[in-house]
Design a protein around this ligand. Sequence first.
Ligand code: CTP
Ligand code: CA
Length: 227
Amino acid sequence: FFRSTTSLPLVGKKALVTAGPTHEAIDPVRYIGNHSSGKMGFALAEALQQLGADVTLITGPTQLSTPQAVHRIDIISAKEMLKETAAHFDNADIVVMSAAVADYTPANVAAQKIKKKDDNFQIDMIKTTDILATLGQKKSSKQTLVGFALETNNELEHAKSKLVRKNLDFIVLNSMQDSGAGFAGDTNKITVIDRSGTQQNFELKSKKEVAQDICKIVVTHQQALTD
Ligand code: CTP
Ligand code: CA
């Protein structure tokens, strides 16, 4: 019994993880997407499950297979991701939003394939709902809410402002400045910032190891909340 509570500190906890890109339809054959591979989110879902959590993974289109014993929900668009995350949020003790959600979506989806015509072509886009900010507003004092930030300039300043604006417990800053880090690869270099402004810098590592570093922080936070 003692051994299992220390090696499986998240037994009895529910975790919600989002991963991958969203695809925003333009017409029946085209979409606007991004280069997120989903690897970071899948690694997080796997690591949380291995610590004993009951994990739901809400993912956009990826090439990845579902980690062992993880409950997976596939979505396509930002709107669908909002609907599924909102439906699972209240029951979750731990929420980690690593998905690369589209910020804008086409105002109209053409019913038929758009034909080539003029030399220039514009798509009218409208802002999507910020899922993480919506969850941040609903967050209870028993929940650990973690967001990600992908920045190319003024990284720390931008990440800190997202942490505050979205009412997060932690924000994980993905450094695009270090080679090997970011969207498609197998490695990542992160800085984790908490609400007091404390920063933890990590080395360039595999996404699986990065997931374990994030999990350690989450476990400590959950234990402090429930002790
Ligand atoms: N996010 C979200 N819903 C959106 C956009 C982003 O939940 N519509 C979440 C992402 O999952 C991530 C965090 O917000 O955890 C930060 O995403 P990011 O793109 O870095 O920040 P934005 O607030 O969208 O700001 P910007 O893209 O302008 O930097
Ligand atoms: Ca964004």
